[in-house]
Each structure stands twice: as C-alpha cells, then as structure tokens.
Design a protein around this ligand. Structure first.
Ligand SMILES: Nc1ncnc2c1ncn2[C@@H]1O[C@H](COP(=O)(O)OP(=O)(O)OP(=O)(O)O)[C@@H](O)[C@H]1O
Ligand SMILES: [Mg+2]
Length: 280
C-alpha cells in the first residue's frame, strides 16, 4: 500500500514522544485540546509512524451522536433481509490489528464511549455470542475537544481511566509563526504579521483562534493586495489598533458597528471581510 506523504508536525514534541510510548506499550491514548490545535494531524502522523514500523494499516473514524455501539463497534445489522451480527469499523480494525484513530470521541453518546471499555482493557468485544479478540498489533488513538466545548459530552470516569490522557494546546508564538510561514509561504510579510498579532491577542478560551482561522484570514486579507498600499496599511493598522481592548468579537462590533453579530464564530473572518469591503 502506498502511503501519502506525511504532514510535518510542529511543536508538541513532548506529546509526540508520549504517544509513541503509548503505542509501544499498548496503552490507548486520548488527545484533548481546543479546536484546531493539531490533535488530528498529530494522531494521524503518529499512527502512520506506527503503521510503517509494524505493517499495520491506519484506520480513521469520526464519531457523532448518531453512532451506536452496534454500527460502530460490533452488532446486529440487516443484511439481505436477515439480522446478522457484523463487525463495525472498530471491531474490524481490532481484528485486523490496525492502528485506529477515533476522532471527535466526545461527540459520541456515553453508551458508545462505554462500549469501548472492554476493548481498551481486555482487548475483547462481544455481542450476541460473537466475540472479537483484538490482534496484538491493534492500537487506539482518540481525539476530543474536552467537556467544556459545545457539542461535546463528558467522558465517563471508567472510560477516562482506561486511556492515557494527553492535553494539547495551541503552539507557542514562535512555533505557530513557523507553521504559518511555511504553509502559507509568507515569511514575515505585513499581512502575516497583522494576522498573527490578531490571533495571539484575540485568542481566548471562549474564542479559540486556530491555524485554520489564520489560513482563511490570510486568504481574505490577501484580497487587500489588490488595493493601493497606503489604504491597505491603514486598514491593517485600524484592525490591529483595536485589539488590546477586549476580545476580538467586541473589536468587530465596536470598530465596525456590527451590532447584529450574534456569534463569536468566524468573527475574525467577518472583520476582515468588512475591511476588504471598506477599503474597496
Ligand atoms: N502542531 C501542528 N503541526 C502541524 N500542523 C498543525 C499543527 N497544529 C495545527 N496544525 C494545522 O492546523 C489545522 C488544524 O489541525 P487539526 O485538524 O489537527 O486540529 P484539531 O486539534 O484536530 O482540531 P479539531 O478539534 O477542530 O478537530 C491543520 O491544517 C493542521 O495542519
Ligand atoms: Mg480534529
């Protein structure tokens, strides 16, 4: 099987080493952190390293409230008009000895999270007389935002205790700068400086501004490049000058009178979109 080129992972060296240890020692690991801080890319990259060393395949699934233990792990399903017990993707991965990345783990119901217990502790899962014994090579890496974020369910204690929990956070300013510079190929230009300042100063626990936002903001602000430099710099200065006051959505509202802005989501992009409109 041909592998896709691995994405370079920035920072998080401690967590990368800890995940490698967990994979080596067959300990399920759960990466917890805010939106866009790099959990999924790190999980997939570590899974890929393990797969390369062991010959395992990487399997990726994302959970939601709609998933049940029957369709996700193992259970009764309808096949050609009859009820049969069939493997879901988790039992399949366990049986074949894959390295399984379970993303958005806390979007699952408590019932589904609890159904992982027998697999994470005893390497076995069974339903209606069918038992799956996990292959010794089987590994599990889960990712989640944590309880405080909207749409996430709390993790039952018995589930939590079976995982090695690793806390993730946004990169340091210098690491994030490097990620932006490399990915967007814009090392230290004026747009990048303005956007990075915006991200650092506007980021709060209630308003997680991630590399994803930065990427989109950079795309938006690059529209400004079609505008004469004088007005462009004025616009960027106006944008950054309002920042230290409060959090970013307040800046949007105060600076541009967007009183009908009811959500923090994409506040920055809206601000930039307004800027583009204004300077045009
Ligand atoms: N440490 C990092 N190394 C490399 N890329 C990163 C890093 N952190 C963030 N990114 C980039 O930011 C984007 C979001 O990363 P990712 O999807 O892994 O975040 P996440 O923590 O899984 O977010 P969510 O909670 O929304 O699922 C990707 O484009 C990714 O490449
Ligand atoms: Mg993710």
């Amino acid at each position: 099987m041909r592998r896709l080129p691995l994405m370079k992972i920035y920072g998080n060296e401690f967590n990368q080493r800890a995940i490698a240890q967990c994979l080596d020692n067959d300990i399920p690991v759960l990466l917890i952190g805010p939106a866009g801080c790099g959990k999924t890319v790190t999980a997939l990259s570590m899974a890929d390293n393990y797969a390369e060393e062991t010959g395992a395949a990487v399997r990726y699934i994302q959970l939601s409230e709609e998933n049940t233990k029957y369709d996700t792990i193992l259970g009764i399903t309808l096949k050609d008009g009859s009820c049969v017990i069939a493997n879901g993707p988790v039992a399949d991965a366990a049986e074949r000895g894959d390295v399984l990345v379970v993303d958005e783990f806390t979007h699952a119901t408590h019932e589904l999270m609890l159904a992982f217990n027998s697999l994470t502790s005893d390497k076995i899962t069974s339903v209606g007389g069918k038992t799956i014994n996990a292959h010794p090579r089987f590994r599990l890496i889960a990712c989640a935002n944590g309880n405080h974020s909207i749409g996430n369910n709390s993790i039952p204690e018995s589930v939590e205790s079976r995982f090695m929990i690793l806390k993730f956070d946004y990169l340091s300013n210098a690491e994030e700068w490097q990620l932006i510079a490399d990915r967007l190929k814009c090392d230290g230009d004026a747009n990048m400086t303005a956007i990075h300042k915006l991200a650092i100063e506007g980021r709060t626990s209630g308003l997680p501004i991630s590399y994803r936002n930065i990427e989109r903001a950079h795309m938006l602000i690059s529209f400004l490049d079609t505008i004469p430099t004088n007005s462009r710099m004025r616009a960027i200065h106006r944008l950054t000058a309002t920042l230290p006051t409060k959090d970013i959505s307040d800046c949007v509202i105060v600076a541009f009178g967007l009183n009908n802005l009811t959500t923090h989501r994409n506040a920055k992009e809206k601000l930039l979109a307004v800027l583009v409109h204004e300077v045009n």
